[in-house]
Design a protein around this ligand. Structure first.
Ligand code: SF4
Length: 317
């Protein structure tokens, strides 16, 4: 099957601390993966592992230091790849930050329709908006004339999804989309993603620290740690029979993402993150119960166990 999107040797470097500092970290270090049409692919890992930076590069919010993104035959080598405008849409963690509290929610929907020239009349625009709202379990009547504060977090996240669907994107990037909604409605949103994949043949890049929802809805998963993909393959194999020591640890506990974290090309990170990013050899060696001497000196090569990619000296011979 021809992939919808291919990420090839993607790399992103950031400078640490003040404008005078030349210390840098490699937030994303030569990672590659593919997402097929109608596939949910999860990028999982703890806060600061590089997964959101990958999403921001795909969306064009960050420029890669090296590597290529190929979407539906368009390469990021081109000056303005088409997906930056229409083919890829995103929804984010906090639906209350997506909408200005003083602006009626329907304005965002009409604005998107007119910006992308999806309809020439108000009647046609309303028809398109209603059909996308219906695909997320709402209707235009339920939304019309209301401000963000009149909706629950779950309803607002559904409206964000409907807005993202307006351009009929091939790929939806969902960055921690359920971490700030009530547990009671989390599953309804996760089920909505599965429905979009099945009914609209849409691909989804699901970014999360929550392995339970990742297991429930994705086909493939990549586990990231300090800029590297440590293990990648079918979700059933990676999460039920993990090979990499980090995946094993992750199954037991994973720190919450920090929703307040803001990104620029200068970042500040915790001492632990900085030590791990700047470490020689395997980035996980300081916490790994199976670390050997060579782990502290040499970065492991990628190895394959059947169809599972693993980056660990235990498997790279
Ligand atoms: Fe642990 Fe070494 Fe494997 Fe890294 S390479 S995960 S330190 S065993």
């Amino acid at each position: 099957m021809k992939p919808l999107i291919e990420i090839e040797n993607l790399r992103k470097e950031f400078f640490l601390g003040s404008i005078l500092s030349r210390d840098k970290i490699v937030a994303v270090d030569n990672i590659s993966f593919k997402i097929n049409p109608a596939e949910i692919f999860t990028l999982a890992g703890e806060s600061g592992c590089g997964k959101t930076t990958v999403a921001r590069m795909i969306l064009g919010f960050e420029e890669p230091t090296a590597g290529r993104i190929i979407y539906s035959k368009e390469s990021s080598d081109n000056k303005e790849p088409v997906w930056f405008t229409q083919g890829i849409q995103a929804i984010f963690q906090n639906p209350f930050e997506t909408f200005n509290p003083l602006r009626k929610v329907e304005h965002y929907l009409f604005e998107t329709v007119y910006n992308y020239k999806l309809a020439e009349s108000q009647e046609k625009a309303r028809e398109i908006i209603n059909s996308k709202l219906e695909s997320v379990g709402l209707s235009y009547e339920e939304v019309a004339g209301k401000y963000p504060s009149e909706f629950s977090g779950g309803q607002l996240q559904r409206i964000s999804i409907a807005r993202a669907l307006l351009t009929d994107p091939g790929l939806l990037i969902a960055d921690e989309p359920v971490s700030m909604v009530d547990a009671s409605i989390r599953m309804s949103i996760v089920n909505l993603f599965k429905k979009l994949k099945e009914e609209l043949q849409m691909s989804i890049l699901y970014i999360t620290h929550d392995l339970a929802t990742a297991y429930y809805m994705s086909g493939q998963i990549a586990i990231m740690f300090r800029g590297h993909i440590m293990e990648m393959g079918p979700v059933e194999k990676v999460l039920m029979e993990p090979a990499h020591p980090y995946t094993k640890l992750l199954r037991e506990s994973i720190p919450e993402a920090d929703p307040a974290k803001k990104w620029t090309d200068r970042i500040s990170i915790s001492d632990l993150e900085s030590d791990e990013y700047l470490r020689k050899g395997c980035k996980f060696a300081g916490r790994c119960p199976e670390a050997q001497d060579k782990c502290k000196e040499h970065t492991p090569e990628a190895a394959y166990i059947d169809d599972v990619f693993v980056k660990c000296h235990l498997y790279s011979g």
